[in-house]
Design a protein around this ligand. Structure first.
Ligand code: DC
Length: 663
């Protein structure tokens, strides 16, 4: 199974260029629910594709909504105010508060018979204030474990509205959002009044809710932030199609990355700007207070590199609860201390973010004080930054925030644990970042793996790459495809034809997508795997001009966050400075048995004795050939895997790698 325990970020220097970010999580999940409650069809364009939207989509499908997906769009046929599926259901909602809370409200009003479950952290996130508000109007909601927390079971009930519905606003604004999104369902007979008890937090998120309700035909009267009135007879009317703007909270990491950059370059963020309806767009103001230079267009942002100019601030961050986490990271680079206040809601988010931020910043060398609803951060002096392994608490924002520590001026490597937790809102976060950044010098790590034929180096290299989140170069494939194409073009595989082969290969448009290889859009990954192509590859790989012609292409695979390269001269010619070089071997008989098993499983008859003799002869040829002979690089570590499983070999390599990196 795919698992990536950590991602090491080499020291980064700057971020520049242009980027379009994925859709807003808050808007996506609200729109999905509104489309589901409306009658008729809604095209939702540029929908965020992430864990939180996926659980919402799954739930809606279970409830009987018809969904058609097309790339970044989904067409939803709404329920039109009544449930199609009345059977008893269990909806799994992961750790998505934006799914749990509004669905709880809508489904209890629709009289659904459902259980609502999620991951363990979801069971630690309060929902009592919403449940109490719904109970005032007759909803029947049972706590299945801890009172006040999910999981929940909703039961059919008689909803009656006799007066204002009171809801607390000072724990999570999602309770009020949930009521606002759902109550139009039961507004046939009278106006519905919602009264907020306590000071309403995160008001901009309520503005998003009101804005989207209006786009779906529901007008809500607002009296200050105290009373909200849904007009009698309100009905959800699909706008037909709706476009989701880019996520403003996600933009904060790129704004910060650009502001923390050295140099004079500019980063442009497309798809979000002054016209945004998201509260976190006001992160721009906070970042400017710290000294960031940001130009805002209606639908784009431009940020200038500014690392040495940032200054500490004292700010009430109630209006930007999510993006304010990014200010903590900027504060580590600023001059003077930063005091972020009124952030109590952080304690009930994906994790207790106040304590998590403080703890992990201290690992980097920072002095951080925390209070019940505040953080005070002292910047880290350039020479005091430490390499650290940052725990991310299954919280996407922790992982994204701490990636910014890689811009530290002390050139320390930063390890992000469980980096794939970014999938909650931004599955390609790291890939997007890597496409924009420049490193502090030649710091992209390379691991080279070589060894005799059938030693299992390809399997080992690709698995190590998967575990580390690194790119993978199968250099043998380049010789295989050269041989394959030469044969296809009728070129004889003789040294006299070398320049014709080089000419042919240099003109190709090659593309690598994971394990797939394309030549001019033709997929040839399997075609080059035959024994015959392997034999021919062995011939062309002895051609010095061809080897030289492939050098730049092979080096171009060295991209962030790192590369695992397998093949003959990786450690000596292509990446002589690589951090870890491994020579993988196994005795010839073991290799013959493995090859035999492999061939049999492919339905090819084979004889072990013949294979054994062949392998020994091939080893001899490979080791004695003049051009790029098979031999361990001088500084390679020897790994004999005769008695090791693939997993054990992978662990060996990862342990060696670990010992060369952060302890
Ligand atoms: O690893 P493989 O079987 O796919 O390699 C095909 C041929 O290319 C094999 O004869 C080894 C040779 N080769 C090479 O000379 N240099 C490399 N870097 C990789 C492979």
């Amino acid at each position: 199974m795919f698992s990536q325990p950590y991602l090491d970020l080499p020291p980064l220097k700057s971020a520049s260029g242009s980027v379009a970010l994925p859709g807003s999580k808050s808007i996506s999940n609200r729109v999905l629910l509104l489309a589901a409650l409306s009658e008729g069809q809604t095209w939702v364009h540029d929908l965020l594709d992430s864990d939180d939207t996926q659980v919402m989509l799954n739930a809606l499908e279970q409830l009987g909504c018809h969904l058609i997906k097309e790339q970044h769009s989904v067409r939803i046929t709404g329920l039109g105010g009544s449930l199609k599926n009345t059977a008893e259901l269990t909806l799994f909602l992961g750790n998505a508060g934006t799914a749990m809370r509004p669905l709880c409200a809508a489904l209890s009003l629709l009289g659904a018979n459902v259980s609502m479950t999620g991951v363990q952290r979801m069971y630690e996130r309060p929902i009592k204030d919403l449940v109490s508000a719904l109970e005032q109007i007759g909803a029947r909601i049972e706590y299945l474990q801890e009172p006040g927390f999910p999981p929940l079971r909703l039961q059919r009930s008689n909803i009656k509205i006799n007066g204002p519905i009171r809801v607390r606003g000072d724990v999570s604004s999602q309770f009020l959002t949930a009521l606002l999104l759902a109550l139009p369902l039961v507004s046939q007979d009278s106006d519905i009044h919602i009264e907020v008890v306590g000071e309403l937090i995160s008001k901009p998120y309520i503005e998003i809710t009101l804005n989207l309700l209006a786009q779906f035909g529901v007008q809500v009267q607002r009296d200050e932030w105290r009373t909200f009135t849904i007009t009698k007879g309100s009905k959800y009317i699909s706008p037909g199609a709706i476009h989701i703007e880019s996520d403003a909270s996600s933009a904060s990491y790129f704004i910060a990355a650009a502001a923390l950059s050295e140099g004079t370059e500019v980063l442009k963020i497309q798809g979000i700007g002054a016209h945004s309806i998201q509260g976190d767009i006001r992160f721009v103001e906070a970042a400017r207070l710290m000294g960031a230079q940001i130009t805002m267009g209606p639908q784009h942002l431009e940020i200038k590199a500014n690392q040495r100019q940032l200054r500490g601030i004292d700010l009430d961050c109630n209006h930007i609860p999510d993006a304010a986490m990014t200010l903590v990271m900027m504060a580590l680079f600023a001059k003077g201390e930063t005091h972020l206040r009124n952030i109590g809601s952080w304690r009930v988010k994906e994790t207790d973010r106040i304590s998590a931020m403080a703890k992990e910043c201290r690992k980097l060398g920072a002095v951080v004080e925390e209070g019940p609803d505040w953080l005070r951060i002292q910047p880290i002096e350039a020479s005091q930054w430490r390499a650290a392994s940052v725990h991310t608490y299954d919280d996407h924002r922790m992982a994204m925030c701490f990636s910014l520590a890689a811009f530290n001026p002390n050139a320390q490597t930063i390890r992000i644990e469980d980096p794939r937790c970014v999938g909650k809102t931004f599955p390609n976060y790291f890939e997007t970042l890597f496409n924009l950044v420049q490193t502090q010098g030649d710091v992209i790590p390379v691991i080279c793996i070589d060894g005799p034929t059938a030693s299992g180096k390809g399997t080992l290299a690709s698995k190590v790459a998967e575990r580390l989140g690194f790119h993978y170069l199968d250099s043998g494939a380049l010789y295989r495809l050269s041989a394959f194409l030469a044969t296809e073009h009728g070129i004889e595989l003789a040294l006299t034809q070398e320049s014709a082969i080089v000419d042919l290969v240099s003109k190709l448009s090659l593309r690598f997508e994971g394990p797939l290889i394309f030549i001019d859009d033709r997929e040839i990954s399997q075609l080059i795997r035959s024994e015959e192509v392997g034999m021919n590859a062995s011939k062309v790989s002895a051609m010095p001009m061809l080897r030289a012609a492939l050098i730049d292409l092979q080096r171009s695979f060295k991209c962030l966050p790192g590369l695992v390269a397998d093949g003959r001269d990786m450690a000596s010619v292509i990446f002589p400075g690589s951090k870890l070089k491994i020579y993988l071997t196994a005795d010839a008989l073991t290799r013959a048995k493995r090859r035999h098993k492999q061939l049999i499983s492919m339905g090819i008859t084979a004889n072990i004795d013949n294979l054994y003799e062949d392998l020994k002869a091939r080893d001899e040829r490979d080791m004695t050939r003049l051009v790029a002979p098979l031999k361990p690089a001088a500084d390679a570590l020897l790994l004999d895997n005769s008695d090791l499983s693939i997993e054990q070999s992978v662990e060996w390599v990862l342990n060696w790698w670990q010992s060369k990196n952060i302890a």
